[in-house]
Write a protein that binds this ligand. Structure first.
Ligand SMILES: *[C@@H]1O[C@H](CO)[C@@H](O)[C@H](O)[C@H]1NC(C)=O
Ligand SMILES: *[C@@H]1O[C@H](CO)[C@@H](O)[C@H](O)[C@H]1NC(C)=O
Ligand SMILES: *[C@@H]1O[C@H](CO)[C@@H](O)[C@H](O)[C@H]1NC(C)=O
Ligand SMILES: *[C@@H]1O[C@H](CO)[C@@H](O)[C@H](O)[C@H]1NC(C)=O
Ligand SMILES: *[C@@H]1O[C@H](CO)[C@@H](O)[C@H](O)[C@H]1NC(C)=O
Ligand SMILES: *[C@@H]1O[C@H](CO)[C@@H](O)[C@H](O)[C@H]1NC(C)=O
Length: 640
């Protein structure tokens, strides 16, 4: 897909970046990371036994991550000469893997300290070195002391509060684990189960007392959203054809999963008479992924909603379901477990995933529904569009964990994959409407104070964050939409990720024209951070099959698969025209505001405030506004 010309130019430029430096000796060690406070929930119970086995994972600094901006510009900016010339997975590995010298010097250090070479191994992405050793040996390697800590739930871990690495190789090392990673924020999350889960954004549901709307009527679109309403709102074509090789993926995490009878019931009314009974997504199970037999909105709502719309809007195009995770609830699957399964180089089952946060397989066979196989690694190709309606608070995991995951979305973009996430359903507040106190802990649920609590991956600059809109009450299709009002559309500004270049003009314009009226105690108002969402679409009262009947769901969970369907259809058109997929779309979107109907009314309240306001131009409630399919298609068809 990539022309060798572009690849070699990129690589030549990158080679220049490596320079030889005089190095200090291995015997001088410098503190590499230190934890200032160990928060309340963790109590030190004892020193760790010196002879206890320990697997150390040394994360080496990837090269070129700092050049994300430049690389994404080269491939995704419509004005770049190399627009659309995506990289192969092999090229991506070569671009980011640490240099051979960094790997070799780190291994030489371990060997010089007496670690046997057969206890040292490398991961596929070449950025982690795994060392099977003991606590005592790790203590001498890292000049530290390990202790056993226990939390309120009785969970135990081995950790230390600071560690050192040789000055000579410190520049190669990102982090060593397990060391100081146990997370402070855990104190605010009450159960171990909630600690790790990617949460379904849990769309709100409404019963429909008077039956359900007719499939082709546009009379009720402000009250109930149907596929026909969405086609009318965004100019989405009705008669589409499948294009060989085109693909659209939806990700669901256990215990959420869809029910075929519910899809059948939905398609029988809203499938335009075209979707045969029994039409199912292509099932890609990951790490024990299964279809649950539960009933009710709690475990079916999210999946049924996502699939009803992804499939209805793109049929007869295939939709692929990545169903992630087994039923071991105390160690649920995360985005990292999903990413491992679609990218063999990210797949760091032998090194990079974080045992404090990600599910570690095989699971113990004594747990009911346990997946006892090996963690899935690079077993599926990524679909060219991936929509995910799950998220968590940006600060719920360490910054390094967030940065690693966000960098993976950037790599998927370089490979031509469009990744979309719902922006959240609690306005400027976090999950369960919680905000952040000055000490970093959370306010009580829906308290009326605290710092805004942005949602991840919405705040990652390398995904497309999808917010929510609605037709004003009682108004027909054709009326300008407003920000969602059944719930607060997730939006705001990151506390971790700097402002990406593609968004700079939009943010500058926003602050030049509007004063959000909050100081830095509420959010990072430096104007130098990533703002989200990027776009917004209908999000209210989507009619959905559930338990043999219909319910109406509201949430940005609905908006993301709708926008994903539009991008998948555009990829199909490009494929037919002999072009590649659109990949990371934000630079194109921000350069073509004319494809959007700006949303200028509404707010996203939270933390006792009105949140931000939808205004003329980009805003942290509805982004650039609501897209028009035909206009968007025209823009992408004109690009190489
Ligand atoms: C409008 O929606 C209600 C349910 O909310 C339904 O009873 C009614 O039939 C719908 N009208 C049309 C024209 O679809
Ligand atoms: C859809 O998926 C099925 C099952 O994987 C496959 O046999 C078929 O070729 C796919 N169709 C298209 C148009 O890609
Ligand atoms: C639809 O297919 C399901 C199996 O998925 C079957 O149980 C059901 O009877 C079918 N319904 C109709 C109307 O054919
Ligand atoms: C993934 O894509 C490659 C290249 O198109 C193909 O050879 C391979 O069979 C695909 N693998 C799967 C699991 O679909
Ligand atoms: C706000 O973001 C800027 C830019 O990333 C950063 O330099 C600054 O430290 C952040 N401020 C706070 C209070 O976190
Ligand atoms: C922000 O405003 C509040 C209320 O006026 C005030 O209490 C707080 O100290 C201010 N924070 C900063 C950083 O100025």
């Amino acid at each position: 897909m990539v022309s060798s010309g572009v690849a070699s130019r990129l690589f030549a430029a990158l080679a220049l970046a490596t320079a030889a430096l005089a190095r200090p000796s291995l015997s001088t060690k410098l503190t590499h990371e230190k934890r200032e406070v160990v928060h309340g929930q963790w109590t030190k119970v004892s020193r760790a036994a010196a002879d206890a086995p320990l697997t150390l994972r040394i994360g080496l600094k990837q090269r070129n991550l700092a050049r994300a901006e430049e690389l994404m510009h080269a491939i995704s900016n419509p004005r770049s000469e190399s627009y659309g010339q995506h990289l192969s997975p092999e090229q991506v590995v070569d671009l980011f893997a640490p240099g051979e010298d960094a790997i070799a010097e780190t291994e030489q250090w371990l060997i010089s300290e007496g670690v046997a070479s057969d206890h040292i191994s490398r991961t596929t992405g070449r950025n982690w070195i795994k060392v099977t050793t003991t606590v005592g040996k790790a203590e001498s390697l890292l000049d530290t002391a390990y202790s056993v800590y226990e939390n309120d739930d009785g969970a135990r871990l081995v950790a230390c509060e600071s560690y050192s690495v040789p000055a000579a190789i410190q520049g190669h090392i990102d982090l060593v684990a397990p060391t100081i990673q146990f997370d402070e924020r855990e104190a605010v999350i009450t159960t171990r189960e909630l600690k790790k889960r990617e949460e379904a954004l849990a769309p709100k549901l409404k019963k429909l007392p008077n039956g359900h709307p007719q499939a082709d009527s546009l009379k009720n679109c402000s009250e109930v959203t149907t596929p026909a309403c969405l086609r009318a709102l965004y100019d989405i074509p009705k008669n589409v054809k499948a294009v060989e090789g085109n693909s659209f993926g939806i990700v669901e995490f256990a215990p959420q999963s869809y029910n075929q009878d519910d899809l059948n019931g939905f398609f029988s009314v809203y499938g335009s008479g075209k979707i045969p009974n029994g039409t199912a997504p292509v099932f890609n199970g990951i790490d024990g992924g299964f279809l649950s037999t539960d009933s009710g909105s709690g475990t079916r709502g999210e999946s049924n909603l996502d699939l009803c719309y992804a499939m209805a809007l793109t049929y007869p195009q295939n939709v692929t379901l990545y169903q992630v995770g087994d039923s071991v609830v105390w160690q649920p699957a995360t985005n990292n477990n999903f990413l491992d399964a679609i990218d063999g180089s990210y797949c760091t089952t032998d090194g990079g995933d974080n045992p404090d946060w990600d599910a570690m397989y095989p699971h113990d066979s004594s747990s009911p529904g346990a997946y006892t196989g090996q963690p899935m690694c690079g077993v599926y190709n990524a679909t060219k569009v991936i929509s995910v309606s799950y998220g968590s608070n940006e600060d719920a995991r360490p910054a390094s964990y967030r940065a690693r995951e966000c960098a993976e979305y950037m790599k998927l973009g370089l490979m031509g994959v469009t990744v979309l996430f719902s922006s959240g359903d609690t306005g400027v507040a976090g999950l369960r409407s919680q905000c952040v106190k000055p000490d970093g802990s959370y306010t009580p649920v829906a308290a009326d104070y605290g710092r805004f609590n942005p949602m991840f991956p919405g705040t990652c600059p390398w995904i497309t964050s999808v917010g929510g809109t609605g037709l004003p009450e009682g108004k027909p299709v054709g009326t300008r939409e407003v920000a969602s009002y059944n719930f607060g559309s997730g939006g705001g500004f990151s506390n971790l990720f700097p402002l990406p270049a593609y968004q700079a003009d939009a943010i500058k314009g926003y602050y030049a024209q509007h004063d959000p009226g909050y100081n830095s105690s509420r959010y990072n108002n430096t104007q130098q951070v990533r703002g989200y969402p990027d776009v917004a679409l209908a999000s209210q009262d989507y009619i959905t099959g559930l338990d043999g009947s219909f319910m109406a769901f509201s949430g940005t969970s609905a908006s993301a698969p709708t926008f994903g369907a539009m991008i998948a259809l555009i990829n199909g058109e490009r494929l037919k025209a002999g072009k590649g997929p659109v990949g990371f779309i934000n630079p194109v979107l921000y350069a073509h505001r004319e494809v959007f109907t700006d949303v200028v009314e509404g707010k996203n309240p939270g933390c006792g405030t009105d949140g931000f306001s939808a205004v003329t131009g980009w805003d942290p409630v509805t982004g650039l506004g609501a897209p028009n399919y035909q206009k968007l298609k025209k823009v992408f068809m004109a690009l190489p």
